[in-house]
Write a protein that binds this ligand. Sequence first.
Ligand SMILES: *[C@@H]1O[C@H](CO)[C@@H](O)[C@H](O)[C@H]1NC(C)=O
Ligand SMILES: *[C@@H]1O[C@H](CO)[C@@H](O)[C@H](O)[C@H]1NC(C)=O
Ligand SMILES: *[C@@H]1O[C@H](CO)[C@@H](O)[C@H](O)[C@H]1NC(C)=O
Ligand SMILES: *[C@@H]1O[C@H](CO)[C@@H](O)[C@H](O)[C@H]1NC(C)=O
Ligand SMILES: *[C@@H]1O[C@H](CO)[C@@H](O)[C@H](O)[C@H]1NC(C)=O
Ligand SMILES: *[C@@H]1O[C@H](CO)[C@@H](O)[C@H](O)[C@H]1NC(C)=O
Length: 428
Amino acid sequence: MISYKLLKLQLLLILLLLQWTTARGNSHNKRSLPLLDPEKVTNETKSLPNRSTIPNYILDNCPMVHLNSEEKYYPIDIVEFIKHFKLTDAHNNTIRENLTIQDLKPIYVTRFPNGTKQYIPSSETFLTCLDDFTKDPSWIFGNKPSFDTGYIKNSPSLLIVVDKGNGWVDAFWFYFYAFNQGPFVMSSGPWGSHLGDWEHTLVRFHNGVPKYVRLSAHSGGDAYRFTSLEKLDTMGGVERRVIFSAYGTHANYASSGQFSHDLPSELFFMPLSDFTDRGRIWDPLLNFYAYRFDGVSFWPQGEREKELGVEWLYWMGRWGDEQLPLTDPRQTWFPIVQWKYVVGPKGPLFKQLDRLTICGNNKSKFRGGCFIRKLIKRGSGFEATEVENTGDGCGVLLYKIRPKWLRSIFRFFLWRGIVCYLMDYYTG
Ligand SMILES: *[C@@H]1O[C@H](CO)[C@@H](O)[C@H](O)[C@H]1NC(C)=O
Ligand SMILES: *[C@@H]1O[C@H](CO)[C@@H](O)[C@H](O)[C@H]1NC(C)=O
Ligand SMILES: *[C@@H]1O[C@H](CO)[C@@H](O)[C@H](O)[C@H]1NC(C)=O
Ligand SMILES: *[C@@H]1O[C@H](CO)[C@@H](O)[C@H](O)[C@H]1NC(C)=O
Ligand SMILES: *[C@@H]1O[C@H](CO)[C@@H](O)[C@H](O)[C@H]1NC(C)=O
Ligand SMILES: *[C@@H]1O[C@H](CO)[C@@H](O)[C@H](O)[C@H]1NC(C)=O
């Protein structure tokens, strides 16, 4: 009987807490009209006046990036990167040499000596490196930001702005690095490295106010209320937000410390970690290519972008070599950790620019989860120990409860696991 009463009390408390937190959550988000598929945005529902508008609020709220202090591979300009590659097909035949960005197209036509044409979709093509990339050619390191401003003269970021209608606007900030150095496993490695590394941050605005942000990390990433991101006071007195890029993998996080990966299990079976810290700041706002995307077409915004054109954005190939075969002396395969070098990634077109939910359209709410967190998920180690809000989800939420005696009552009554999972879902 006693345990039954206790159970009822527990459930009551949980319900109260959920109500309290969701009520707080809802007051933040008074019924606004929904986001629309960008293709379906009309003159009546559009958020931006025309295709050549990049509103200032997007620029004012561009997050800065703390690169890792040990980072070797800094951002690179795609225009510089591509000079060191040729375009090949799935059989390692060369399609184009002496590449420029303008050589990247949705489809290729080659002509045989007998006059017949062959069409090669770009999805079956690769950028294949002219140098031995495993020997760290000098260009692979990219360019470091300047200490004082975070400006990288030779490495523009890429901004793609998508009008989602009803006042909603998505700003995708893409970061491009020449090389992704994979993790070490049991002091051997790195494993799973590849050429070409596209990462991004999505900032979602409603009526000019930054509401949500999603940080890319491997195949997933965390979403936050924009105002949860750490503030950084810049010299001009302008308040900017900051995110953290992990050593080698350039996965993005909202704080510094150690984070466990969510790499696809076919690649790794081991718990692996990313590391972020307060290394050099990169300010992507000081040098970027800007495009608008309307669900079908890309629209270049400045002179530089008009020169690059838009076809490269429809190129569906891999921004780095095909996975080296085992016969290649540079490749290694090892049980558990698998491949030393994996295939390069696909480009921005594959990042669901038309997404409605902030984590992407096919992330189910529970499995793979798209919680919009109010509180920053802290890494373990480093600074994390100094901060009260340690832990994620439930743990973080508990710290919000004051006074302390109330908090300990909640802690006592909340089972770990299920309840925390539910709370994470409702409160994030
Ligand atoms: C939308 O507005 C533009 C310019 O104001 C106009 O040219 C266009 O025809 C309008 N489209 C529709 C579907 O009404
Ligand atoms: C687009 O809208 C902006 C802001 O209203 C305006 O300044 C600009 O002239 C417009 N451009 C075109 C091509 O209509
Ligand atoms: C493609 O050819 C290069 C030599 O040109 C070789 O090093 C590489 O291993 C080949 N890749 C594949 C996937 O066969
Ligand atoms: C590519 O450039 C090299 C010199 O950098 C030149 O020798 C070669 O002929 C060029 N190839 C093509 C297909 O233009
Ligand atoms: C032309 O040559 C290609 C490649 O050698 C071959 O696959 C194709 O069948 C040939 N076409 C004709 C009409 O002979
Ligand atoms: C989304 O779903 C489509 C089709 O089901 C699939 O091809 C694609 O890889 C998925 N994308 C992500 C990011 O999971």
